[in-house]
Design a protein around this ligand. Structure first.
Ligand code: FRU
Length: 523
């Protein structure tokens, strides 16, 4: 009597194990604390706005495949920027086109007249991309439109008067980022237009006037400009304010493909003008990059973060158009970067932008942190910490002295039992940070995913360097020199990276501090 039951239980167990294996294979490489769509394709973050205790995150989404397709706005909310709740799709394509990237604001004073019951409406401003018109050979297939919500972003109504900015025949005319300019008491929209941005202004979000253009003769021009952002930041030491313009560009990034450049200057309500020192830097360097890694694109910042909080919080799409459609994940594609706080840093070459992970990420820190101090790293002797946990989800901190006569490279090496390695570190001779994923796992899905080592020249010249790297299964985010250097990179190891060590290639380095902070997943 017992035997058949036992056999069928065993059989059930087998099916269950098989199911788990399949699930593992399908979910392989999915980050544990970075935002990913529940299934299918995601690209740019969109419509980021804070309202009634919730951070809204919308995103470019194609729910029917793991490759780019007819664009919708996916939706999620969070109360802490770390834990996210997935919500139903917010905007669907319609007869005017696909729903391309854009922004959202709280219309606090109901300037649009679209509010109801004394509640400010949420207004989303996005680009319609009319695919049929593009296929017909038209040039005016992108226009700007709005939608509004009366229920905290849960449902949206498209405005009957769309588009609010029609197109006069410019092929690349998209990605409106709108904010309230408190100084000039107006709504400002920054729009990506081929090789530059345009500023548009409005009093009611419905009627817009063209104000000016910027960028034709400044910055990188290896590709089309996309997904701009425009906001003010205050220098904490002088209380001076500056306007920051972000502009993503594809291709033409510092290490190939997609990347985001920035500009710092002033805005008189119509025209954006570069700071003198920033202008001089651009004459020398062509472009100043927000992130030198290959996987931080189309990032913009949250609107309406409360004044008491005061942060300017950025989120990027952790991929690159060079290979986004080919990365080896099965049921979903793409993640976002960690949310980052942006700040102005005064340097000898003028203001620079610093990005550091939001403080809420500390919620994920587990108690058993590894710490070591005063390590003399010699070229023939890697230092391997005795860990009681796998560093697959971790933050590695390294603080070291820059020697009088710099030699070699200081490397953090991450590896697995398959001998796959990812390295990130600092080249003391060439004064640049680097990220090397050439041997970090699967890379045959694209010819240029892992062709070369990616580098980021140092901006500061202090005698001590501190860097932090956030690892999450298949990504590393480097934050160095107070956040002035960022490198965000993906990799796809066959099995998780479980070993970590630091090493010096030539000469000796004095490591003041080395720590590995394990993290728990957020989902
Ligand atoms: C940037 C981008 C945007 C566009 C969207 C389409 O990654 O090309 O310019 O609105 O993606 O999905």
């Amino acid at each position: 009597m017992l035997k058949p039951i036992f056999a069928s239980t065993r059989c059930l167990l087998c099916v269950f194990v098989l199911y788990l294996n399949t699930m593992y294979a399908q979910e392989r490489h999915r980050p544990a604390y970075h935002f990913t769509p529940p299934k299918a394709w995601m690209n740019d973050p969109n419509g980021m706005v804070y309202y009634a205790g919730e951070y809204h995150l919308f995103y470019q989404h194609y729910p029917d495949a793991t490759v780019w397709g007819p664009m919708h706005w996916g939706h999620a909310v969070s109360t802490d920027l770390v834990h996210w709740q997935h919500l139903p799709i917010a905007l669907y394509p319609d007869s005017l086109g696909y729903i391309f990237s854009g922004s959202a604001v709280v219309d606090w004073h109901n300037t649009s007249g679209l509010g109801k019951n004394n509640e400010p409406p949420l207004i989303a401003i996005f680009t319609y991309h009319d695919m049929a018109a593009e296929k017909r050979g038209a040039t005016n297939f992108q226009s700007q439109a709005i939608a509004y919500s009366h229920d905290k972003g849960r449902t949206w109504t498209k405005y009957a008067g769309n588009p609010v900015i029609p197109n006069q025949g410019i092929k690349d005319f998209r990605d409106p980022k709108v904010s309230w300019d408190n100084i000039h008491q107006q709504w400002v929209m920054v729009l990506a237009v081929q090789d530059h941005v345009e500023f548009w202004v409005s009093s009611n979000l419905l009627q817009w006037q063209y104000a000016s253009s910027f960028g034709k003769t400044w910055g990188a021009h290896g590709g089309v400009w996309e997904c701009p952002d425009f906001f003010m930041l205050q220098d904490p030491s002088t209380q001076q304010t500056r306007w920051v313009l972000l502009s993503s560009i594809n291709p033409g990034g510092p290490n190939h493909g997609s990347a985001t450049q920035y500009f710092i200057g002033d805005f008189d309500g119509n025209v954006f003008q570069l700071d003198k020192k920033f202008e001089e830097s651009l004459q020398r360097n062509k472009a100043i990059w927000l992130d030198h890694g290959r996987d931080n694109y189309a990032g913009v910042t949250w609107s309406d973060v409360p004044k008491e909080d005061g942060r300017r919080i950025f989120l990027g799409w952790m991929s690159n158009w060079d290979y986004a459609n080919q990365v080896p994940t099965d049921t979903w594609r793409s993640a976002n970067t960690l949310p980052r706080t942006l700040a102005l840093v005064a340097t000898k070459q003028g203001y620079r932008l610093a990005s550091l992970p939001v403080k809420e990420v500390k919620k994920l820190f587990l108690p058993q942190k590894y710490e070591a101090r005063a390590i003399q790293l010699k070229s023939d002797k890697p230092f391997e910490p005795a860990l009681t946990f796998a560093p697959t989800l971790s933050v590695v901190t390294l603080r070291f002295d820059v020697p009088q006569q710099p030699q070699g490279e200081l490397i953090i090496e991450f590896s697995n039992t398959q001998k796959e390695v990812y390295t990130v570190g600092y080249d003391l001779v060439n004064k640049q940070f680097f990220s090397n994923r050439i041997k970090a796992g699967k890379n045959d899905f694209s010819t240029d995913f892992a062709k070369q080592i990616h580098v980021a020249p140092r901006i500061l010249d202090t005698k001590t360097i501190e860097l932090q790297v956030f690892f999450d299964v298949s990504s590393a985010e480097l934050f160095a020199d107070k956040g002035t250097i960022n490198m965000t990179e993906l990799f796809f190891p066959a099995t998780p990276f479980t070993k970590i060590q630091i090493m010096q290639t030539h000469g000796t380095s004095h490591v003041q501090y080395f720590a590995i902070q394990p993290l728990k997943g957020a989902f």
